[in-house]
Design a protein around this ligand. Structure first.
Ligand code: GLN
Length: 495
């Protein structure tokens, strides 16, 4: 049963919850119990969680309360209930990647990002729903359960980190982690009206994050406010000896830089991001946000990213090629599902993969294997890598004239469940504005900028490498102007 008091607690931002803890006004146990009650009351309808680790969360909460009572509180995340996408390995807690092929897999170690949240004293409530192996834009490729958008339960929360965004907008927790290979943090953040940050490639360790496309994958935080996201990024970013692609450069103090405002900021507006399928209501919200920035003392600079139109094509060659290699390890021998009743090794491999993988990973394995096959490698994979370099150069040139690039996250707000499942290409097009940022290895953020037909719209900001601080500062300036993001009402109606 959720009480009025619980509702007041779960409605707090991470920052507000943290301040209440520091003031001794509430305990971590109270916060954790309120979140667990909220999950119990709402997740039958939302489907954000694949596993809730209530017992373990309450133990962590009690430890945090004892630490605080003894004067040894750890920082802003101490005692705050969070949850992570089920792509992050969690020691002793089943981790599925949203796939049947990992059903029952219990990792022997934690992802670095999880270790760091726990070292900061955070409470982990459970594992969040996603598209199978993070392949998708709507969470509809989850092998376990659908995830719905708390703003409208007939719509997708976006994907692949759908659970990570839906849980926040449903007030089930105070912060989450997702991963973004082509848009999977920013798209759901935009669809659910929360803030999501895909850090620079190499900013956050990928150690213990189940691999999809290793040269693109990047873990990052989602929160209800920019402050919340800055605090989470500060906890998880930084070098990690376990991941050699993780940068040696230490994390910045993202909270210290947050209130710098937008005065003097040069905002690049790419011509190519405002054409084609961009829906007028979304364009209107994005343009209003740009006008707000001007009013705050920023200047708008028209820029061009001429190679962005090759982004989707290059991405679906590179991502599928890398996925086909990464997914080769699921062979029925070492992890998860093993097909019963087989007689030969080859049959064990093929039957386990046939039964364990859903349609989307199979499609990607086939596309990727083809793109890498003898005689085609240079024509596809190598060519796509060259396009990737051109895309990166477009951004490098743009950053000579501006400090951040701004535009829409997606062509439209959250679409209906089932609307695109029959047409993979339509699904892939949801990422048309987010994918180039991954190909160029840059940081990108989605911040709410209003509603279109009653549904949230996100403004996308892309920054220079390792300049997450400027993205957060710019997003904060807009957030302050727009005031607290509206709360979805769909969940409060009778079930
Ligand atoms: N929607 C894109 C895909 O399906 C991106 C997914 C992601 O960022 N993990 O590959």
């Amino acid at each position: 049963m959720t009480t009025a008091n619980d509702a007041a607690l779960t409605g707090l931002s991470l920052q507000a919850a943290s301040l209440e803890l520091q003031a001794g006004a509430i305990s971590s146990r109270q916060l954790t119990e309120a979140c667990l009650a909220r999950i119990a009351a709402t997740d039958g309808r939302v489907g954000a969680f694949l596993a809730v680790t209530g017992e373990r969360a309450l133990q962590q909460a009690d430890r945090s309360d004892r630490r605080r009572a003894a004067g040894g509180a750890l920082g802003p995340l101490d005692g705050v209930p969070l949850a992570v996408k089920d792509l992050f390995l969690t020691r002793g807690v089943p981790t599925t990647a949203g796939s049947r092929i990992l059903e029952g897999f219990v990792p022997p170690y934690d992802a670095t990002a999880v270790t760091r949240l726990e070292a900061a004293g955070a409470v982990l409530l459970g594992k969040l729903n996603l598209d199978e192996f993070a392949m998708g834009s709507s969470n509809e490729h989850s092998a376990y359960r659908p995830c719905r958008n708390p703003w409208d339960l007939t719509r997708t929360p976006g994907g692949s980190s759908g659970g990570s965004a839906a849980a926040l907008s449903a007030r089930q927790c105070f912060g989450t982690l997702g991963t973004d290979t082509g848009g999977s943090i920013r798209l759901p953040a935009s669809f659910c009206g929360v803030v999501g940050l895909k850090p620079t490639y190499g900013r956050v360790s990928r150690y213990g994050v189940i691999a999809f496309a290793s040269s693109l994958d990047q873990p990052g935080p989602l929160g209800r406010t920019t402050w919340d996201v800055a605090a989470l990024l500060g906890a998880i970013a930084g070098p990690d000896p376990h991941d050699l692609t993780c940068a040696a450069r230490p994390a910045d103090d993202y909270l210290a830089a947050l209130e710098g405002g937008a005065r003097g900021l040069r905002i690049g507006v790419p011509r190519e991001w405002f054409g084609g399928g961009l829906q007028p209501e979304v364009e209107a919200r994005v343009r209003e946000a740009l006008t707000t920035y001007q009013r705050l003392g920023a200047t708008l600079v028209e820029i061009s990213l001429p190679h962005s139109r090759y982004g989707i094509a290059a991405y679906y060659l590179i991502a599928t090629a890398e996925a086909s290699a990464n997914l080769a390890r699921y062979d029925g021998v070492r992890f998860g599902l093993r097909a019963p009743g087989v007689r030969a090794l080859q049959e064990l491999y093929s039957e386990s993969r046939e039964q364990g993988f859903g349609a989307e990973p199979k499609r990607r394995i086939m596309l990727g294997t083809y793109a890498l096959s003898a005689g085609y490698h240079d024509a596809y994979y190598l060519r796509a890598q060259k396009v990737r370099t051109l895309i990166r150069r477009d951004f490098d040139a743009a950053f000579g004239r501006c400090d951040v690039v701004a535009g829409p996250v997606a062509p439209g707000p959250a679409f209906k469940l089932g609307e695109r499942t029959g047409d993979p290409l339509q699904m892939y097009l949801a990422d048309i504005f987010t994918i180039t940022c991954n190909l160029a290895a840059l940081p990108g953020l989605s911040v709410p900028c209003g509603l279109a037909r009653g549904l949230p719209v996100g403004l996308q900001l892309v920054g220079r490498p390792f300049d997450e601080a400027t993205l957060l500062k710019a997003a904060r300036a807009l957030e302050r102007e727009l005031g607290p993001a509206p709360v979805p009402a769909a969940l409060e109606a009778a079930p």
